[in-house]
Design a protein around this ligand. Structure first.
Ligand code: C5P
Ligand code: C5P
Ligand code: ZN
Length: 473
């Protein structure tokens, strides 16, 4: 099997060597599904390589949080799923001899560099669609195993890397591409992953069939989406028995033939209701299954697993998500499931809030200010989900504000693949507009964020509108 990304291997080896020489490492990572899986991959690899380390999570990396990290006095700091965008700040601490940074990230780098920097963008690989933070951490983990001639190759960690990539929405056309696909292939070979073409809706492991179809909102199907009675009559008309012992089956309870029968009936129903072909295509995609997890649990499906992780880390419980990633199937998993119920409620209430209050259209963007109504840690997810919802266009990028604290406002920007194809780069938009408004930001072309002083939202919108206008010009 070829290495996922030969050009990155040398960077991974250099990073691994520095970590193996470190006295004690501080592992710092981001609070979302990709950040958690990045940390879990790196932590497992460090433990197996017998490198002492401690783990911390940050909501956001900025001058303050980097200074806090420096003050902890570790000789080496491993940043995963962030760090590249704050290289200017990190490089200053490095120059002052405070710590040796090692970075495994996939965000757009700031104007500075450092020696131990593993980022797909440095090798012409897209950090928004071809390798996630967890993928970068996985390359590091493989290099660590190889460099210390470990018994384990760390290829079992490919499963977590795929959860990170799926959590960062790196799939397009229903599947992972590029270096991500190479990571999948290694996971399949290691026996920890499998990929199947399947119905592409959320909840195949855990939801009863009626809820699975009723709540699937990515592709709106009249008579199914949000229509409990419609779904039940659809299911009862099938050749397949949707119940067992009087209880609704879940998708995983169906045989392969039954799955195919339900999926084709759903496609026929969608066609008959006039759903356009390009949307019907989105009903089927690749599902990534974690082979070592129990059937019928959210951990078995990469997409459900990643949502479970977001439900912990974005609510200040990264410790719970990390414990689940590291194998806790008892108390931590129970807590994560509880947090997931709240998270899902917040997401649907958030999208409803946006639909009710509407967005303001500017020349080249649309925006809303959720104030305190939506938590700043999930406003980006909601902005993305609301594109295409009632009253929200998919033809222009969306910018969302939420209150962070008395002094600061969180900003999230989201675009679409088609807008990126036309020249949109939200990492530049967010950075430029944030700087014009007295803050800073960054991210990816398709999704980026920023923090600005409270009260400067208008300046932000004006500058963002200009920059987007230039990009899409
Ligand atoms: O910090 P990070 O890289 O982990 O987060 C990426 C963010 O970009 C996620 O919130 C993800 O939902 C978003 N994204 C998106 N659309 C894509 C790719 C990523 O909204 N096509
Ligand atoms: O916070 P949000 O989900 O909107 O972030 C979208 C993307 O932008 C994520 O990849 C995040 O890491 C990145 N981001 C950043 N700098 C910020 C805020 C967000 O690089 N100040
Ligand atoms: Zn990421």
């Amino acid at each position: 099997m070829d290495a996922p990304v030969p050009e990155l291997e040398a960077r991974a080896r250099a990073c691994a060597d520095a970590l193996l020489e470190a006295e004690e490492v501080l592992l710092a990572s981001h609070i979302d599904a990709d950040g958690l899986t990045s940390a879990a991959v790196a932590a497992t690899a460090l433990r197996r390589a017998e490198v002492p380390f401690e783990t911390v999570f940050e909501k956001q990396l900025d001058a303050n949080s980097v200074a806090g990290i420096a003050a902890r006095g570790y000789d080496t700091v491993l940043f995963t799923d962030f760090g590249s965008g704050q290289l200017d700040v990190i490089a200053d601490h490095e120059a002052a001899g405070e710590f040796q940074p090692v970075i495994a990230d996939h965000h757009q780098p700031a104007d500075a560099d450092t020696r131990l920097h593993l980022n797909p963008l440095l090798e012409g690989i897209d950090g928004a669609s071809e390798l996630s933070g967890a993928g970068a951490a996985y390359l590091l983990a493989r290099a660590l195993a190889a460099r210390c001639e470990a018994r384990l190759s760390n290829r079992d960690l490919a499963a977590l890397a795929v959860v990170g990539a799926v959590g960062d929405m790196q799939t397009s056309g229903g599947e992972l591409h590029g270096a991500n696909a190479a990571v999948v292939a290694e996971g399949v070979e290691a026996g920890v992953l499998s990929e199947t073409k399947d119905l592409s809706v959320y909840g195949k492991q855990t939801r009863p069939l009626p809820k699975l179809l009723e709540y699937a909102s990515d592709v709106q199907i009249p008579g199914i989406t949000g229509d409990e009675r419609g779904v039940i009559s659809f299911l009862d008309d099938l050749e397949v028995d949707p119940r067992a012992d009087g209880e609704w089956k879940r998708w995983v309870d169906l045989t392969d033939d039954e799955k195919r029968a339900v999926a084709s009936a759903l496609v026929r129903h969608a066609v008959s209701r006039g759903v356009p072909a390009f949307k019907i295509d989105r009903l089927v995609g690749t599902t990534y299954v974690l082979e070592e997890e129990a059937v019928g649990t959210s951990l078995r499906d990469a997409s459900e697993f990643s949502t479970l992780l977001n439900a912990t880390a974005r609510y200040e419980r990264a410790d719970v998500g990390l414990a689940v990633c590291l194998g806790d199937r008892g108390e931590a998993l129970e807590q994560a499931r509880e947090l997931l119920r709240t998270h899902r409620r917040n997401l649907s209430e958030g999208v409803e809030w946006v639909e009710e209050h509407g967005v303001t259209a500017e020349g080249h963007l649309q925006w809303f200010d959720a104030g305190e109504e939506i938590r700043e840690t999930i406003v980006g997810i909601i902005a993305g989900m609301s594109m295409g919802a009632n009253g929200v266009s998919r033809d222009v990028p969306i910018v969302a504000f939420a209150r962070k604290n008395d002094a600061e406002t969180k900003v999230s920007g989201r675009g679409t693949g088609s807008l990126v194809g036309q020249g949109l780069d939200l990492s530049v938009v967010m950075r430029e507009a944030a700087r014009a408004a007295g803050g800073d930001g960054g991210g990816h072309d398709i999704a980026a964020g920023a923090t600005i002083p409270a009260g400067n939202e208008t300046e932000f919108v004006e500058r963002a509108d200009e920059v987007i206008g230039e990009q899409l010009g």
